[in-house]
Design a binder for this molecule. Structure first.
Ligand code: SF4
Length: 326
């Protein structure tokens, strides 16, 4: 078993809801509510769920782009949550992020050369000559050319811009990359090119990924293990093949039922969930999924199910996971 690179314990992010002229706090949106997991060195952990489930907020909390309300994040033996601003800036060399919309995250007034050099300048890495060398090296690694160095973001296609986003994330030789919906804005044919590039880079550079997506098909393609989030909570976490072969949580089963399978002889039991995702400012009592769950029993609306390891490495938060098997 590989070493644990990142350990998240009891992570919470509650955003206050304020109302009225006095801006009085009237409640919270529990965007991330008591999430715990580990990421092993060299793996890809996929985090999947519908929009608003807290997956992107989780990614931002790990980078401390947002401050957690509660909980611990340990990276390579260091408590990220306790670092000063300066120490956190240094730690960001090792943890980088790739965003969904590369265009929004690339400064339109800067050339690609300048955009790629910037992280090195921020972290005081290398001389001007070494930085230029590194920029050229990374352009080549992500499949772009030397002559692209003086061009501007608007001169590139969506797929090329995401390659630039990836190159920028790699400039500081990070160990962990948090990719937040990195291919969602791209055409399907370009998506697989970018996913293949990410996989090659992982192998060559021994990277660890957290891959956040609403698309189970994409997550399946790239992840070793997958965590499923629903309304701020992790509800299932296991090896990718286990999740797809034997999903235990009714929400995972419903998500999978909507993913097309390449084998026409394979039939998955259809779990239909009704209703919309409830609001995180007023989550249902007990199991937050109970208003939509076809298996619910009385206890489901009263007791919050705890995440438990029900098979080696397979965690699920459901009171009735045994009864949900077909
Ligand atoms: Fe459904 Fe109950 Fe399991 Fe929640 S705890 S997913 S309501 S069976």
């Amino acid at each position: 078993m590989s070493k644990v690179l990142l350990k998240v314990e009891g992570l919470k992010k509650y955003f206050p809801i304020r109302k009225g002229v006095l801006n009085k706090q009237v409640g919270y949106v529990k965007a991330v509510d008591d999430v715990s997991f580990e990421v092993f060195e060299g793996e890809t952990l996929g985090i999947v769920g519908e929009s608003g489930c807290g997956k992107s907020t989780t990614g931002r909390l790990l980078m401390r782009l947002l401050e957690p309300t509660e909980g611990k994040v340990e990276f390579a033996g260091q408590q990220i949550s306790e670092l000063s601003k300066d120490e956190m800036r240094k730690a960001r060399r090792d943890i980088q992020m790739i965003f969904q919309d590369p265009y929004a995250s690339l400064n339109p007034r800067h050339s690609i050369g300048k955009i790629l050099e910037e992280p090195l300048i921020v972290h005081g890495m290398g001389s001007a000559k070494e930085r230029k060398q590194k920029v050229l090296e990374l352009l080549e690694i992500v499949g772009l050319n030397e002559y692209h160095i003086n061009r501007y973001p608007h001169q590139f296609s969506g797929g090329q811009r995401q390659r630039i986003g990836i190159a920028r994330a790699l400039m500081t030789n990070p160990r962990l990359i948090i990719a937040d919906e990195p291919v969602s804005a791209l055409d399907v044919s370009i998506q697989s090119q970018v996913l293949n590039l990410l996989q090659e880079l992982q192998k060559d550079l021994k990277l660890t990924y957290i891959f956040i997506s609403h698309d189970l098909g994409v997550v399946r393609h790239i992840s070793n293990r997958v965590g499923v989030m629903y309304l701020g909570k992790l509800v299932e976490l296991t090896a990718s093949e286990d999740l797809y072969a034997e999903p235990l949580h009714p929400y995972t089963q419903a998500l999978l039922a909507s993913v097309p399978v390449p084998d026409p002889t394979f039939e998955r039991e259809q779990i239909i969930i009704s209703g919309d995702i409830p609001s995180a400012s007023n989550p249902p009592s007990g199991c937050a999924f109970h208003p939509r769950c076809p298996f619910k029993k009385e206890q489901c609306s009263q007791v919050v199910p705890k995440m438990q390891e029900v098979k080696p490495g397979h965690y699920v938060a459901c009171h009735l996971y045994e009864a949900t098997q077909h």
